[in-house]
Ligand binder design. Structure first.
Ligand SMILES: Cc1cc2nc3c(=O)[nH]c(=O)nc-3n(C[C@H](O)[C@H](O)[C@H](O)COP(=O)(O)OP(=O)(O)OC[C@H]3O[C@@H](n4cnc5c(N)ncnc54)[C@H](O)[C@@H]3O)c2cc1C
Length: 442
């Protein structure tokens, strides 16, 4: 990882709001005259999508597939999107940041979707408009919201957003991923890295444990005397047996020479404070651990944009009618992806993409005055790499039953715990990544 690459990508990624060539609302709305805000009536049905991540882009595409005449505008903060999925692979040098970073140009051209690079900061449910940091207003007939997550800094002492340059979370891919990678590259050969995992629910349940695996692969190769301590506020995690089995095979897990030390909740893994200046982590039991690198992944909630729009419940997430993902708090607004309560589906890119197919069809029907289907099918498969060539996954199928998402099938893979099967699963993980990123960004 070259420092130059880091600076270049970081600058580009943050150029979204500050440097965007912002178009006026009428530039996105052929029925408006130049200079007018896009709040007037339009001949075409208009859908505005807040957030150009997996859920937002996939829904915009699904709406266009259902009815190309609907005018779809995505409002996204940044001009570049780095996929969180596969961002752990950057830590073990399988991918560079460039490999997981795309712009929206090809996708927008292909689907004839209007892209606006700006931040949504205001919302009027009565007038049916959203407004942006650059003072633009966009009218909609239906609104789709997929802004991802925000962090709950109130659950930790000593550390918050202002110190993430010292203690990166790297749980929103981009500059944070590069900072964590740079700190790992710079850590002493016999150093200690501490990772603190979040409490449930959080985006990508296997994500922290795949990250631990990728960190361990990097340490084994580059700094074999270094250690990774995982402090966990839980006693079990997704794909537990497959992860710990893989760690035993590759990283000496539970032996005296283990690269990974996982400290569960019952063994004192809950963390109450992080001191970024002195690089220490203090557990709920009062134990102080000194580290060279700390990766603190905070507790999570629906994105603050959803909260600003009045879409969240008292638990901090967005309840929806699972048939159409229309908010149960604000009519006419559909929330999907990580912000939504789509349980039993996990918060994952695969889930968001699968929900988008249902939401896109429903929104297209509803803006055309038709009824939305009540027969949605959903799926999820979360792949994780334990080494570059050792893959595992958890998969599930879901169906709507009486208006609620119900799990109909599921399992862990591979079924045969052989080297060949793990290699094939790793190949499937890479294939899934290429397919998903290709589908979304064109
Ligand atoms: C380390 C890691 C590994 C992962 N691995 C996998 C995996 O292997 N498989 C898998 O399926 N999932 C994985 N995930 C989860 C996956 O990335 C998320 O579930 C998915 O991105 C959720 O999509 P979303 O649309 O809800 O949010 P996002 O993809 O985060 O998109 C939200 C978008 O909204 C934009 N936004 C937010 N607020 C505003 C605003 N006010 N105005 C304008 N724009 C705004 C943001 O800039 C962002 O682009 C992983 C996640 C992490 C962190």
């Amino acid at each position: 990882m070259k420092r130059r690459e880091l600076i270049k990508l970081g600058a580009a990624a943050t150029a979204g709001v500050a440097g965007s060539q912002l178009l006026t609302g009428c530039d996105h709305n052929p029925s408006m005259k130049k200079g007018m805000a896009s709040t007037g009536k339009s001949a075409k049905a208009r859908v505005v999508v807040v957030g150009g991540g997996v859920g937002g882009v996939s829904t915009a595409q699904a709406i266009k597939k259902a009815d190309p005449n609907i005018e779809v505008t995505i409002i996204e903060k940044n001009k570049l999107y780095s996929t969180c999925y596969a961002s752990n692979w950057v830590l073990s040098d399988i991918f560079k940041m460039n490999d997981i970073t795309s712009n929206y140009n090809k996708m927008a051209d292909k689907y004839k979707i209007n892209m606006v690079y700006d931040q949504v900061v205001g919302y009027d449910p009565v007038k049916k408009t959203v407004s942006t940091a650059h003072g633009k207003t966009f009218a909609y007939d239906r609104l789709v919201v997929s802004p991802g997550i925000s962090f709950r800094w109130d659950t930790i002492e000593g550390h918050d957003e202002s110190t993430t340059h010292l203690v990166p979370h790297a749980y929103k891919a981009g500059y944070q991923t590069m900072q964590l990678k740079e700190q790992m590259d710079d850590m002493p050969a016999d150093g200690t890295m501490v990772m603190v995992t979040p409490p449930n629910p959080f985006r990508c349940p296997p994500g922290p444990y795949e990250r631990a695996s990728m960190v361990a692969e990097f340490l084994k190769r580059e700094k074999p005397k270094a250690k990774l301590i995982i402090l966990d506020a839980k006693d079990k995690f997704s794909k537990f047996g497959l992860f710990t089995g893989g760690w035993k095979m590759h990283y000496g897990y539970e032996s005296d020479n283990s690269i990974i030390d996982w400290v569960s909740k019952s063994n004192g893994g809950t963390v109450k404070a992080v001191d970024p200046k002195n690089m220490t982590v203090t557990t709920a039991d009062g134990e102080k651990i000194k580290a060279d690198v700390i990766n603190y992944i905070p507790a999570q909630k629906a994105n603050n944009t959803a909260a600003m729009m009045g879409l969240v419940n008292d638990k901090g997430w967005c309840p929806v009618d699972q048939t159409t993902f229309e908010s149960t708090m604000v009519p006419g607004v559909h929330v999907l992806g990580d912000s939504s309560v789509a349980s039993p589906m996990p918060k994952s890119a695969f889930s968001a993409n699968s929900q988008a197919a249902v939401v896109g069809k429903a929104v297209a029907a509803l803006v055309n005055g038709q009824e939305a289907s009540k027969d949605g099918n959903f799926g999820n498969q979360c792949y994780s790499l334990i080494t570059t060539d050792h893959g595992i996954s958890v998969a599930a199928g879901y169906k709507l039953k009486e208006g609620k998402i119900a799990k109909t099938s599921g399992g862990l893979f591979p079924k045969q715990l052989t080297k060949k099967a793990f290699e094939m699963e790793a190949g499937s993980a890479r294939g899934w990544y290429a397919g998903m990123a290709g589908t979304i960004f064109g």
